[in-house]
Design a protein around this ligand. Sequence first.
Ligand SMILES: [Zn+2]
Length: 217
Amino acid sequence: MQCVYCQNNCIKRGKRKGIQNYQCLECKKYQQENYTKLRIPEEKYEWVHRLNNEGCGMSSIGRLLNISKSSVQRAITKIASQLTLPEIKETSESYEIDELRTYCGNKKNECRLIYAINKKTRQIIDFCVGRRTKENIKKVVDKLLKLNAKKIYTDGLNTYQSLIKAQMHIAYKGCTNHIERKNLTIRMQLKRLSRKTICFSKSEQLLESCFYLYICA
Ligand SMILES: [Zn+2]
């Protein structure tokens, strides 16, 4: 048999679930002669991306596209790894930062989605998933400082005062209204973040991937 990857000769090597396995002599990759399960077609990846941003959970995407839940999970991770955040070349703009509360793994394990938006264009600049620690918030703030932010609007959390210079930092009630509105939109559009339901993320990594898909829509 010929290798699928490099077209060299393969030899029989072992069986897996009763099916003969082959190994390539050149690239050493294992393979079968023919696979019973088909690969997910390219257009379904596109649909996984679209449905994810329309408030479908992973199980419902699986049901709609007739693929397994784990395939959806793999697809989301794969799509996210291929995307890159749009490059931002703006200076002296105003930004808002906020943290979205959610859970990871179980409902006792709180976790935050910290992110920043441009106050005028409402574009998401950067984000970070994790606990509300100084390091995690610093990642997002640093990105804004790199962009030469004019003003940064935040809520009253103490951590911000130590990270942002006083003349740049603004924190009064109602100054983060834009990002609070954005929070609600995100909660409407990503199933795992919707409130008053039993939905939540099972892992931080997948929450990150799903949000990546959401930004790069
Ligand atoms: Zn090969």
